[in-house]
Design a protein around this ligand. Structure first.
Ligand code: B12
Length: 225
């Protein structure tokens, strides 16, 4: 049953049919849950598309664009449903895609979920210089920097954010969250690039940021004693 749904969604993505793709996801989400639609349907389809890409199978920019847009549309729908009004601000975080990375969708999604959970998010966009993450965190009194990278080649650039934090003596006060497709396939990458934590999807990110905020506050208090 799920296999046929996956195939159905894959076909409509490959036909670049935005409305049909969205309707398949909506129907699955309604019949099951949003989390299941993400984990059981969207993620496997994205993996299949990733494999096709790797094998050099024909995949046009229009198809990749439709995939990104449909997932984004769906996430916006979920976010509007879960949006809680008048939540107290939990904290401030700075997010962005690391230098040379333009895969904006994952970042946009974590922004939606974090804002819905009460975070103030300063979104620096794509292709952000490592030092800018740290400058903006200081400027906005943010305790978390969230860096998105979708490729091995760009994930390596995150090391420079860690170096920048170390250089300025901020590593115990500002936490570095990392994430993106490449961290899902290689979980050890989080440590390799100097990340303090990662999460595989937008639903899990608010929890991660809250845990890291507690660490950042503890780090600062420990330093005062
Ligand atoms: C759509 C897409 C594109 C689109 C991006 C559109 C956009 N506006 O975002 C376009 C066409 C532009 C593109 C371009 C390229 N792409 Co591309 N792309 C993809 C694809 C198919 C899906 C990525 C995506 O949007 N996923 C949907 C989102 C929702 O999922 P996500 O990104 O994983 O994000 C979630 C989590 O990871 C997490 N998360 C994300 N960020 C963060 C941050 C933090 C702090 C935390 C805690 C969590 C977190 O939460 C998110 C929401 O649930 C992937 C394949 C794949 N399987 O991922 C390839 C893929 C990422 N691309 C790839 C490549 C190679 C490229 C190009 C180099 C292709 C080329 N030859 O030009 C360029 C490079 C562009 C650049 N310099 O950045 C490779 C990377 C290989 C690698 N591992 O190094 C992949 C894996 C495909 C493959 N298998 O070969 N791409």
């Amino acid at each position: 049953m799920i296999e046929s749904k996956i195939q159905q969604l894959l076909n409509s993505f490959l036909n670049a049919d935005r409305e049909k793709s969205l309707n398949i996801i909506r129907a699955y989400s309604k019949a099951n849950t949003t989390a299941k639609a993400l984990n059981e349907l969207i993620e496997p389809v994205q993996e299949k598309i990733g494999e096709m890409w790797e094998k050099g199978e024909e995949l046009s920019l229009a198809q990749a664009y439709v995939i990104a847009k449909v997932v984004e549309d769906f996430m916006f729908e979920i976010a509007s449903e879960i949006k809680v009004e008048n939540v107290n601000c939990v904290g401030t975080a700075v997010i962005g895609n690391i230098m040379d990375d333009y895969h904006s969708l994952g970042r946009k999604l974590i922004k939606i979920f974090l804002e819905s959970a009460g975070w103030e998010i300063i979104d620096l966009g794509n292709d952000v210089e490592p030092s800018v993450f740290v400058d903006k965190a200081i400027e906005n009194k943010a305790r978390i920097i969230g860096v998105s990278a979708m490729m091995y080649s760009t994930a390596k650039n995150i090391k420079m954010v860690r170096e920048e934090l170390d250089k300025r003596g901020l590593s115990s006060k500002i936490m570095l969250a990392v994430g993106g497709a490449v961290f899902k396939v290689r979980p050890s990458l989080c440590d390799e690039v100097g990340g303090d934590g990662t999460a595989n999807n937008a639903l899990l990110v608010p929890n991660l940021f809250e845990t890291l905020l507690v660490k950042a506050v503890k780090g600062e208090t420990d330093e005062l004693h």
